[in-house]
Design a protein around this ligand. Structure first.
Ligand code: IPM
Ligand code: MN
Length: 354
């Protein structure tokens, strides 16, 4: 029996609908396993800009810091795209505030969804990759980042300290030990100085993990290998921007971005869990969104932050069963799908399998 306080930041677009689904699932899990979860909602992203002027109000930061874990929906939408204050700034700011340097994006293919992928079944069958993305450094946060000379010149800065590289690469090796003991470190060492330092650092860390195999791969090659032969990968570790791009690409191995959960972790403090997909403003409020990445993110949350392994397995198994029964939202539909499931139907189906 555990008492846990969960900050819920639904955000924008479909974030609202799917966050409510995850809460429902977690409430059933709490009841079944005798835990007590309390949920407190906070503002982030576009809705926070509308209500407070800031994409990440102080109140939300305090709420997250005082919680055992944070569950987030998604941020952004066309309404705020042209403003100088943007929803995405709230997401980057909460990552920085909570020092969430390690972003874990597992890519696993559900058997029953293999047909939904645009790739051949024989290529993706058995794919099981963990992308470990550095989340609080690199081009996303380097200063200066500005326009110069009347807007005719622009600069972004790729800045990393050795320590920032070490901690994320170590994390990847630790995680590889729990899996197939293989780390692929991805960089652009043929061009970038930062990548040459990254590669050196990976080689140094590898000495402490003689049981884990390390190989290096250039990011352009990795992009190709992910669709050519994704089964060669176990853990991929890379810097912030490369990880952003490769994780969207890898998501398509699973058939839909709508299936991918993620965890953003720090050394001490609450972790943040969110689906990899965005706020899908085009279908928001229509009861069409796929809630599964959000539900799977809540499973990651109770596994990593609360060490509730059996409970997490239960959620993942329920998702797998629902898919095996043929239930499909639009993003994962195939020719066998007779009618599309709504968001609510998908959530109820998962709950009925818990
Ligand atoms: C992600 C998203 C964010 C990122 C955006 C919304 C800032 O694409 O979590 O992958 O680039 O990190
Ligand atoms: Mn992204």
């Amino acid at each position: 029996m555990a008492n846990k306080k969960i900050a819920v930041l639904p955000g924008d677009g479909i974030g609202q609908e799917i966050a409510d689904g995850a809460i429902k699932v977690l409430e059933v899990i709490a009841k079944r396993f005798g835990h007590s979860f309390t949920f407190e909602k906070g503002l982030i992203g576009g809705c926070a800009i509308d209500q407070t002027g800031s994409p990440l109000p102080e109140e939300t930061i305090a709420l997250c810091k005082n919680s055992d874990a944070v569950l987030m929906g998604a941020v952004g939408g066309p309404k705020w795209d042209l403003g100088t204050v943007r929803p995405e700034q709230g997401l980057l700011a909460i990552r920085k505030e909570l020092n969430l340097f390690a972003n874990l994006r597992p890519v696993t293919v559900f058997k029953s969804l293999q047909q939904a992928s645009t790739l051949k079944e024989e290529v993706i069958d058995g794919v099981d990759i963990l992308i470990v993305r550095e989340l609080t450094g690199g081009l996303y946060f380097g200063k200066p980042s500005e326009r110069r000379e009347n807007g005719q010149v622009v600069v972004d800065t790729l800045y990393y300290t050795k320590e920032e590289m070490e901690r994320i690469i170590k994390k990847a090796f630790d995680l590889a030990r729990l899996r197939n003991k293989k780390v692929t470190s991805v960089d652009k060492a043929n061009v970038l100085e930062s990548s040459r330092m990254w590669r050196e650092t990976a080689n140094e860390i590898a000495k402490d993990y003689p049981d884990v195999e390390l190989n290096h791969m250039l990011v352009d090659n990795c992009a190709m290998q992910l669709v050519r032969d994704p089964r060669q990968f176990d853990v991929i570790v890379t810097e912030n921007l490369f990880g952003d791009i490769l994780s969207d690409e890898a998501a398509m191995l699973t058939g839909s971005l709508g299936m991918l959960p993620s965890a953003s972790l720090t050394d001490n403090g609450p972790g943040l869990y969110e689906p990899v997909h965005g706020s899908a403003p085009d279908i928001a409020g229509q009861n069409k969104a796929n809630p599964l990445a959000m539900i799977l993110s809540s499973a990651m949350m109770i596994r990593y932050s609360f060490e509730m392994l059996e409970e997490a397995d239960k959620i993942e198994q329920a998702v797998s069963e629902v898919l095996a029964n043929g239930l499909r939202t639009g993003d994962i539909a195939d020719d066998k799908t007779k009618s599309l499931a709504t968001t609510d139907e998908m959530i109820e189906a998962v709950i009925s399998h818990l």
